[in-house]
Design a protein around this ligand. Structure first.
Ligand code: ADP
Ligand code: ZN
Ligand code: ZN
Length: 654
């Protein structure tokens, strides 16, 4: 297989601060340049460029972005003449940089031996390895049951015939962990693709995937469409995760696109999860997918049972019950690690005036400001507005502003008071912005010393923290009363995933969940029969309501400054659509519901409303959607100041 190993690149003769000096030799001296140069003003200062605007722009681009390939410069509109002009003046030079080498020709594909599989894993692997054409497998395995080990075996099988595997994971933060585990196992090139790579890094991985050099490609949502020279298998890990859905611009669900892609490439695909999406489960139960189940942890410990703590009428210490504090103390004494989940960033989600009862709200959204005490500012988590916290109530002038409720920052500071000698690490979007912060965090966790982790959603996803023996969910009720039809599904997945972080190593785990509704059927189903019991009930409910996966829905969202304009626009669209539906022969069986305000009815100053289309069959729904699209694009209804979007199979109704 042809595997390009080098690419010609162009760099400026004076290296930009971030470039590697020994790759950028000055043509005249021929010596590697070292030291920092004031490169920012180079283009302005150089008299050779006073009348060559394009050349100046190209040079400035190289200074800012470092070495580029000729092709990428041309894509930006810099012609060969511009590049040659700069070259002739000695301001830039062509260099060859080795981007990657050929795959090592080692005798063994494996860098470390495979683990001996248990019976359930063996059965799964046998079926997956037998598949030589499109087949969709749902690997429904409890947390820690060795799903990743199954992927590794399946990949090894494809590597033996020089085939590539694409692995989709939900979260960038999982990449280093997954990458490490896969690189440890294989002698073949394992690469990662995600949105935090620079354009140049993305291009390299893109070429490595397309040329066939990269045999294992691990990526987030956007990796779904990477070109592959010789694809053999696709894996979607944590397939239930909502981050696979792109929620703006071009809306797509990476899992669904991956399935379509596997079908086009005629290769098998594995969807893996401990808490499969109800859609996937339904497809497996009705025989569309092959269901593979892993019900045991190879380490011997069962997945930990769920223990609910009824917080009604209890005295809480800043959101923590005495039972929780004692359980943490016990684990820390035993030198174990503890994970605490709370799906709320910041210090407090509400600031209330004790005098007049007003809350500090975002002026642009129907939402409260969250107080971030660390930065002493108010942030709106919907439109990202940020402002200083006032000293007094804007309504009545009283200084009695009280923070209500707990966010991760507040719990962190409470824990610091209760456990002053323990290392406490907060894991949320505010603390994990940089790669070095994530690396430090991983180091702390992997050292295995007593530690309390407090974090949001990020902590719940697929991590393997072998030293964590206790998982705690502080607010186990979020989602129980949600207006969203997927609210309880999301909650059930979250509880099982957070619970699954405990007891993954050699020691058994424990799970505590604080709740105001310990008797709620969803929580009881989870406690007694785990996710399968919940899923059975939830599927029945969805069937009765004709909601996905039994019915199919699409959402037309519209937003504008003027609520009346959105309403009348959507009403006209609806009327026209209903006319068309009734005129068709036979009438299309699609219900058009709305317009109604979106659950967050105002965001970033815009009023948001929506129309829901619901059908039992996909075919009439798509027929109506094409009518709708036509109406939206060609109607004389003024749409100038109304922004709309059409979301087929929305994952939430927001
Ligand atoms: P999952 O992906 O289902 O959460 P993992 O594949 O991460 O589970 O496995 C959990 C732990 O069990 C890991 O430490 C892994 O090395 C170990 N493990 C998996 N399969 C086996 C096996 N067959 N024998 C021994 N240990 C195993
Ligand atoms: Zn007030
Ligand atoms: Zn806002």
């Amino acid at each position: 297989m042809a595997t390009p190993t080098q690419t010609r690149r162009i760099s400026c003769a004076t290296p930009a601060p971030s470039s590697t000096p020994n790759l950028c030799c000055h043509p005249r001296s021929g010596k590697p340049l070292s030291g920092q140069h004031d490169t920012t003003n180079l283009a302005n200062a150089d008299p050779l460029l006073t009348r060559a605007k394009k050349q100046k722009a190209a040079l400035q681009h190289l200074i800012t972005h470092g070495p580029q390939t000729e092709t990428s410069l041309k894509c930006l509109g810099f012609s060969a003449t511009v590049i040659e002009g700069l070259e002739t003046k000695g301001l830039i030079q062509r260099i060859r940089k080795v981007l990657w080498r050929d795959s090592p020709k080692t005798a063994s594909l494996l860098a470390e031996p495979d683990l001996a599989l248990n019976d359930e894993q063996t059965h799964a692997i046998q079926l997956i390895n037998l598949a030589t054409s499109f087949q969709c497998f749902l690997l429904d395995g409890i947390t820690g049951s060795g799903k990743t080990e199954v992927y590794l075996h399946a990949i090894a099988h494809r590597l033996a015939s020089a085939q590539q595997t694409l692995i989709l994971i939900p979260e960038i933060n999982l990449t280093p962990q997954t990458l490490e585990r896969f690189r440890h196992r294989f002698n073949s090139p394992v690469v990662a693709y995600h949105s935090q790579l620079s354009d140049t890094e993305k291009l390299t991985v893109w070429q490595q995937a397309r040329s066939g050099y990269a045999r294992v490609i691990i990526g987030t949502r956007s990796a779904t469409l990477l070109p592959l020279a010789n694809p053999g298998l696709i894996v979607v890990d944590e397939e239930h995760d909502n981050s696979f859905k792109q929620q703006d611009g071009f809306r797509y669900h990476a899992r669904d696109v991956a399935i379509y892609r596997a079908q086009q490439e005629n290769i098998p695909i594995i969807l893996g999860s401990a808490t499969p999406a109800l859609e996937s489960l339904h497809n497996a139960l009705c025989g569309k997918y092959t269901l593979l189940r892993l019900r045991h942890r190879p380490t011997g410990h069962a997945a930990p049972p769920l223990q609910f703590i009824d917080i009604r009428g209890q005295r809480l210490q800043e959101g923590l019950t005495q039972i929780v504090i004692e359980a943490i103390t016990e684990q820390l004494h035993a030198k174990h690690q503890v994970l605490i989940f709370l799906n709320r960033r910041g210090y407090a989600p509400v600031i209330l005036c004790h005098h007049c009862g007003a809350c500090l709200d975002c002026p642009h959204c129907n939402a409260h400001f969250t107080w971030h005490k660390h930065k002493n500012c108010l942030k709106c988590h919907h439109c990202l507005t940020q402002q200083a916290r006032p000293e007094t109530c804007p309504q009545c002038g009283s200084p009695e502003l009280k923070p209500l409720g707990q966010g991760t920052e507040r719990i962190e500071s409470t824990l610091q008071t209760v456990f002053p000698n323990t290392l406490i690490r907060r894991v949320d979007r505010d603390t994990t912005q940089t790669k070095s912060a994530m690396d430090r965090l991983r180091e702390d966790i992997n050292r295995g010393e007593p530690l309390i982790l407090i974090g949001t959603q990020m902590l719940a996803k697929g991590h393997h923290f072998p030293h964590v023996t206790l998982s705690i969910i502080l607010n186990g009720d979020t989602g129980l009363l949600s207006v969203d039809f997927r609210g309880t599904e999301k909650l059930a997945q979250l509880i099982i995933q957070v619970a699954g972080r405990a007891g993954r190593g050699t020691r058994a785990g424990k799970v505590l969940i604080q709740t105001l509704h310990p008797d709620h059927p969803v929580l009881q189903q989870l406690k007694q029969g785990g996710y399968p019991a919940f899923a059975t009930h939830a599927l029945l409910e969805r069937q009765q309501a004709n909601m996905p996966p039994f019915g199919h829905v699409a959402l037309l969202r519209a937003e504008a400054l003027d609520p009346q304009a959105v309403y009348s626009h959507l009403t006209q669209i609806k009327n026209r659509l209903c006319q068309q539906i009734n005129l068709s022969n036979p009438p299309l069986s699609v219900e058009v519901l709305g317009p109604v305000p979106a659950p967050l009815s105002r965001r970033a100053g815009l009023s948001r409303q929506q129309i829901l289309l619901q059908a039992t069959e996909r075919k009439p729904l798509h027929h109506v959607l094409s009518l709708l699209e036509h109406t939206l694009h060609h109607s004389e209804i003024p749409t100038q100041r109304i922004r709309w979007s059409l979301d087929v199979d929305p994952i939430d109704l927001y």
